[in-house]
Write a protein that binds this ligand. Structure first.
Ligand SMILES: [Ca+2]
Ligand SMILES: [Zn+2]
Ligand SMILES: [Zn+2]
Length: 462
C-alpha cells in the first residue's frame, strides 16, 4: 500500500468533479492496494489497478436533544459522524418530522420550534459539501413528544362574602401553575362584566356599585402564552345596601354647657365648657355596620355573646377597634366633653330628661329592664336632640384618656382630654348597670380592651 498512489488518485477525481471514474494506470512495480476504494487486476510487471473513487458520505448519528417539549419553543438538536470518503467537508441537515427540514450547513446542530402538539421523528442526514449529490442515508430517529401547555386552575378567591355598595373589598387567589413551569398571571372576574388587570400578584380589590349577588372568580394564564388560561370556582359575594339608619348622624350645634356633677369626686368640679359644632351618630354603631368593616378589612368579627347581631350595637370591641372603625368610616370618636354635651341635649339633670329615675326605663336599656343583654338600637325614646341609647345599652368609648382629676384644670373650650394616660373613657352605662352609673355625667373607664357591654358611636367634624 502506498499513500502516494492514493493521493494522486484523489487529485484526478477533483478534476472531474464527481463523476464515477474507473482509472487505469500503470505502475512501475507491483503495487497492491486492496483497500475498500480499489481493486487490483492483472498480473506480472504491468499490473493494472482499478480504483473506484466515487464520493460517498457515511450516515450521521441519531440526533441528540430534548425528547419532549411544548409548541412554540425552540429546541436544539445535534448530530455528527458523517464522513466523506474523499475527506471533504461534510454538511448536515435535520428532518423535523413535520414536513420541514433545517438548511444544509456545516454545523452539527440546528434548532426547531414545532407549532403544534404531536409526536415527531427527528432524523439527520449528511452530504459532501462539494459533491452535494453525495448524500448519506437518514440516521435513526429520535422521537420527540410535543405537548400543549396547560395551566392549572387557581384557588377560589378568598375574601368577603357580604358587603355594601361603594366599599372596596380585597380578594386573594393563587396556586396556578404552568405545566411547562412558565410564570403565571392572575386576574379577577368580579361577576359584573368587569375584571381586574392581569398581574403577577394574586390579590386585587374592588368596590361594587350596586346591590346584587356576584360570583367572584380568579383566572390564571401563562405570562408568555397568554392564550393558555384556567378559571377557579366562584365565590358568591352578596352586596346589600345598609339600612338607612346606619348612616344617620345628627349635627350638634356649637354651644356652652355645664359639664360634670357633684355625685362623685371625679365628676367635679362642675365647669363650663364651650364646644364647636360637631356631628354624632344617632345610634350606637351596630353589628351590621361593624361586620362590614371587618369584611372589608379582614378584621376578626367580635363575639355577640349569643344575643344576635344585625341592628344590635356591636360589643366586645376594644378602644383600638372603635378608633379603627371610625378611621375606616371617615369619622372619629367623640371627645368626652362632646359626648356629655350630646347626651344632656340641653338638660341639666342626672339624665337627659331630668332627675326622675323611674323615667329612665323609657330612654334606656339598663340593669332594671334589659334582661342583662343588649337590644337593637333605637327602640327607646330619643333625647331632645334625636340621639338614641345615650343612656344604657352599651358603654361608649370616647376619644380621651381618662384622668379622675382632669376637670380641675381642663381647658374651657373644646377640651381634648389628658395628653396621656392608662385608661380610656367609657360613657353612658350599659345593659348591666344601675341607673346611677347610666347618668349623663358618670365617668366610666377601662384599660382599652373589649367587654360584652362595650360599644361606641362615631362623631365627625363639619
Ligand atoms: Ca349607650
Ligand atoms: Zn466530495
Ligand atoms: Zn407558557
Amino acid at each position: 500500500m502506498t499513500h502516494a498512489r492514493r493521493t494522486k488518485g484523489m487529485e484526478v477525481i477533483k478534476l472531474f468533479n464527481y463523476v464515477p471514474l474507473m482509472l487505469f494506470f500503470s505502475v512501475p512495480a507491483y503495487c497492491v492496494d486492496l483497500g475498500r476504494t480499489g481493486a487490483v487486476k492483472g498480473v506480472g510487471k504491468n499490473l493494472t489497478k482499478v480504483v473506484e473513487t466515487a464520493e460517498a458520505v457515511s450516515t450521521p448519528s441519531v440526533p441528540s436533544g430534548p425528547a419532549s417539549g411544548n409548541p412554540g419553543t425552540s429546541y436544539s438538536y445535534t448530530t455528527g459522524g458523517g464522513v466523506s470518503r474523499l475527506g471533504h467537508v461534510v454538511e448536515y441537515r435535520f428532518d423535523w418530522g413535520d414536513g420541514t427540514y433545517s438548511s444544509w450547513g456545516t454545523g452539527t446542530s440546528a434548532s426547531h420550534s414545532w407549532s403544534s402538539a404531536g409526536t415527531y421523528q427527528v432524523k439527520a442526514e449528511a452530504r459532501c459539501g462539494t459533491h452535494t449529490g453525495a448524500v448519506s442515508g437518514w440516521s435513526g430517529n429520535l422521537t420527540v413528544s410535543i405537548a400543549a401547555e396547560t395551566v392549572s386552575a387557581p384557588t377560589a378567591p378568598t375574601g368577603p362574602a357580604t358587603g355594601a355598595p361603594g366599599t372596596s373589598y380585597t380578594y386573594t387567589t393563587g396556586g396556578a401553575n404552568s405545566s411547562l413551569g412558565h410564570p403565571v398571571e392572575y386576574r379577577f372576574d368580579w361577576g359584573d362584566s368587569t375584571f381586574s388587570t392581569w398581574a403577577a400578584t394574586a390579590s386585587a380589590s374592588y368596590a361594587w356599585t350596586a346591590a346584587g349577588t356576584y360570583s367572584v372568580k380568579a383566572q390564571a394564564r401563562c405570562a408568555t402564552h397568554t392564550a393558555n388560561t384556567a378559571v377557579s370556582t366562584g365565590l358568591s359575594m352578596a352586596i346589600t345596601a345598609l339600612a338607612p339608619l346606619a348612616h344617620q348622624m345628627v349635627l350638634i350645634p356649637a354651644g356652652t354647657f355645664s359639664m360634670g356633677s357633684n355625685t362623685f369626686s371625679n365628676e367635679q368640679p362642675i365647669h363650663v365648657v364651650n364646644l364647636d359644632a360637631f356631628y354624632i351618630d344617632k345610634y350606637e354603631v351596630t353589628f351590621d355596620q361593624y361586620d362590614r368593616f371587618c369584611d372589608a378589612t379582614g378584621r376578626t368579627k367580635p363575639s355577640d355573646s349569643g344575643w344576635g347581631r344585625g341592628t344590635r350595637p356591636v360589643i366586645d370591641v376594644s378602644w383600638n377597634d372603635a378608633k379603627a372603625y371610625c378611621d375606616w368610616a371617615g369619622k372619629r370618636l367623640p371627645t368626652e366633653a362632646e359626648w356629655e354635651y350630646a347626651c344632656r341635649a340641653g338638660g341639666t339633670g342626672a339624665w337627659t330628661f331630668g332627675d326622675t329615675e323611674a323615667t329612665l326605663v323609657n330612654y334606656a336599656w339598663y340593669g332594671v329592664n334589659s334582661g342583662s343583654q343588649t337590644h337593637p338600637v333605637g327602640e327607646k325614646t330619643a333625647n331632645a336632640w334625636g340621639l338614641y341609647d345615650m343612656h344604657g345599652n352599651v358603654w361608649e368609648w370616647c376619644a380621651d384618656w381618662y384622668d379622675s382629676g382632669y376637670y380641675a384644670g381642663s381647658p374651657a373650650t373644646n377640651p381634648p382630654g389628658p395628653a396621656s394616660g392608662t385608661y380610656r373613657l367609657l360613657r353612658g352605662g350599659s345593659c348591666y348597670v344601675a341607673a346611677n352609673d347610666a347618668r349623663s355625667a358618670y365617668r366610666g373607664s377601662g384599660p382599652g380592651g373589649g367587654g360584652s357591654d362595650y360599644g361606641f358611636r362615631c362623631a365627625a367634624s363639619p
